[in-house]
Design a protein around this ligand. Structure first.
Ligand code: SAH
Length: 223
C-alpha cells in the first residue's frame, strides 16, 4: 500500500537496505551507480508497514491490482543494462509501484513511465515519496503504443513480459539508443538488450532468463 503521508526511514531500515545492496553485490551486480540508487530508495515505503523487514529481501511482492513490485536483483539488472547517461530521456513501460521508476530517477535521468491499470495509476498518484522526483512523468495508457508525442527516447525499459517486441517502441527509440525488454509468454522471459545503431540497424543480445507479469494489450479502467 502506497501512503499519502510520509513514512519513517530509520536506522533499522537503512541497515537492512545496506544489507540488500551487499546481497546484490554478491549476486554479481557490480555497477556502483546502480547500487547507490538502490541504496537511496527506501523500498519499505512501497509495501505495507507489516512487511517492512521483507521489503529488503531480494524477492518480488504483490501490490494492488494483482501486480508485483519487481525483485531488487531484476531492477538492478535492468537498470544496469540500460547504460544510463545523465540527462537521458527514458521511457518505462509498466509503472507498477513506481519502485523501478524511483531507482531510475535517482540516476539523474528524465523518466516517462506508462501504466495500463487505472487503479494502480491513481494509487501511485497519491504516494508521498513521488513528490521527491520532479523528473518522473507518469501516464495512464497502453505501453504497446509508447508515447509518440514525447519520442524519441534514448532508452526504453519494459518491466512486464512482452509477447513480442512492440514495433512502435522500436520506432520511438533514438538511433544510438538501447531497449531492455523481457520477451516470452511462458513463466520465464528472455531479457533482450536491443541496440539501435546510428543507421537504424538493430542488434539483439540475450541477457538471460527472468520472470515478469505479462504485458497486456490496451488500457484497463477497472478500479
Ligand atoms: N516497474 C514496476 C513493475 C511492476 S509489474 C515496479 O517497479 O513495481 C509490471 C507492470 O506493467 C504492472 O503494473 C502492469 O499493470 C503493467 N503493464 C502490463 N502491460 C502493460 C502495458 N501494455 N502498458 C503499460 N503497463 C503495462
Amino acid at each position: 500500500m502506497l501512503h499519502s503521508k510520509p513514512r519513517e526511514d530509520n536506522y533499522l531500515q537503512k541497515g537492512l537496505r545496506k544489507q540488500l545492496v551487499q546481497v546484490l553485490r554478491d549476486k554479481g551486480i557490480k555497477d556502483e551507480r546502480v547500487l547507490a540508487a538502490i541504496g537511496a530508495v527506501p523500498r519499505h515505503f512501497f509495501l505495507d508497514p507489516a512487511f517492512e523487514r521483507q521489503a529488503y529481501e531480494d524477492r518480488a511482492f504483490p501490490i494492488v491490482a494483482s501486480q508485483t513490485i519487481s525483485m531488487p536483483y531484476t531492477v538492478a539488472s535492468q537498470t544496469h543494462l540500460l547504460d544510463l547517461k545523465k540527462f537521458d530521456k527514458v521511457l518505462e513501460i509498466g509503472t507498477g509501484s513506481a519502485y523501478q521508476a524511483c531507482v531510475l530517477a535517482e540516476m539523474g535521468i528524465t523518466l516517462y513511465t506508462i501504466e495500463r491499470q487505472r487503479e494502480l495509476y491513481d494509487h501511485v498518484g497519491q504516494f508521498f515519496f513521488l513528490k521527491k522526483y520532479s523528473n518522473i512523468k507518469r501516464f495512464f495508457g497502453d505501453g504497446f503504443e509508447g508515447l509518440p508525442s514525447f519520442a524519441p527516447f534514448d532508452k526504453i525499459l519494459i518491466t512486464c513480459g512482452a509477447p513480442f517486441i512492440p514495433p512502435k517502441l522500436i520506432e520511438q527509440l533514438k538511433p544510438g539508443g538501447i531497449m531492455v525488454i523481457p520477451v516470452g509468454e511462458d513463466e520465464k522471459q528472455k531479457m533482450l538488450r536491443i541496440t539501435k545503431d546510428l543507421n537504424g540497424n538493430l542488434k539483439e543480445e540475450d541477457m538471460g532468463d527472468f520472470s515478469f507479469v505479462p504485458m497486456l494489450q490496451g488500457k484497463s479502467n477497472k478500479g
